[in-house]
Design a protein around this ligand. Structure first.
Ligand SMILES: [Mn+2]
Length: 257
């Protein structure tokens, strides 16, 4: 049986990320896949990149990773790019758009935001057509699909709110955010459990029996005020917005709006 921790949107919040890593280790899980947005918003992009590189087997590219890596004009992007330096920026820009694998007879697709682009945002309340688009062809030109089958399961990050839906016989889930959750103020991640495919599954002619497959949603409390102190000392731009969000779990702290 394989158990894989799927994390996303760390956004330079090392206090939350270290708490999640500790929880993953305590559970005896050794495989971690990351769905992007390692950097930006929070104060510690450098440590986030170094730790993700060290701990994650698979990492896909997020919108912040791309914007910071290409030194997009704007105080946030430039500040984080300056901290990161050339070597880490080239690591971020080389991250793949998506990752596909098989577990328990299912084709699993992992992307940051959608099949269309790292900037194309899909919310659980969007039109059915929009959500089903997550299972459609990958638009990224650099992407080479080696799997002849359409995905049965799509997992992503980007919106910072965790959820699971079943749509037309497919499963769509969002792992939420480690460092900047916008549903409730605890770090979020998922654990996927299933049977590893073996070589036979690579051949589309082999009829594969589906086996039990599970997805667990985990919330990890962490020391938010310690992170606030780090953020205030960092000199990162727009840190007040970040602090409001990690304290409230609400986008820009705008409760009730
Ligand atoms: Mn993000």
């Amino acid at each position: 049986m394989e158990r894989i921790a799927i994390v996303s949107d760390i956004h330079g919040n090392m206090t939350a990320w270290n708490a999640v890593l500790e929880d993953i280790r305590k559970k005896g899980i050794t495989r971690i896949f990351c769905l992007g947005d390692l950097v930006g918003k929070g104060p510690d992009s450098v440590a986030a990149v170094d730790s993700v590189r060290e701990n994650c087997e698979v990492v896909v590219r997020g919108n912040w990773d791309e914007l910071v890596a290409k030194r997009q004009i704007g105080p946030h992007f430039e500040w984080h790019a300056e901290c990161l330096g050339e070597q880490r920026l080239s690591y971020l820009s080389a991250l793949p758009f998506s990752y596909h694998f098989r577990l328990s007879g299912r084709v699993i697709r992992l992307v940051h935001a959608s099949a269309i682009s790292v900037y194309h945002r899909v919310q659980p309340w969007d039109k059915m057509e929009e959500r089903l688009g997550m299972f459609g062809p990958i638009a990224d030109l650099a992407f080479v699909d080696n799997d002849p089958r359409e995905p049965d399961v799509v997992g992503y990050g980007d919106v910072h709110n965790a959820y699971l839906q079943h749509l037309s016989g497919k499963m769509l889930f969002n792992v939420g955010s480690v460092g900047n959750p916008l549903d409730l103020p605890e770090a979020s991640y998922c654990i996927m459990e299933g049977t590893s495919e073996g070589q036979a599954y690579a051949d589309e002619k082999v009829i594969v029996q589906n086996e039990p497959f599970s997805l667990q949603f985990v919330r990890v409390p962490y020391d938010i005020e310690a992170e606030v102190t780090k953020a205030l000392q960092s000199g990162a731009p727009d840190i007040d917005l970040y602090i409001n969000e990690i304290r409230t779990g609400v986008y820009r702290g705008l409760q009730g709006k």
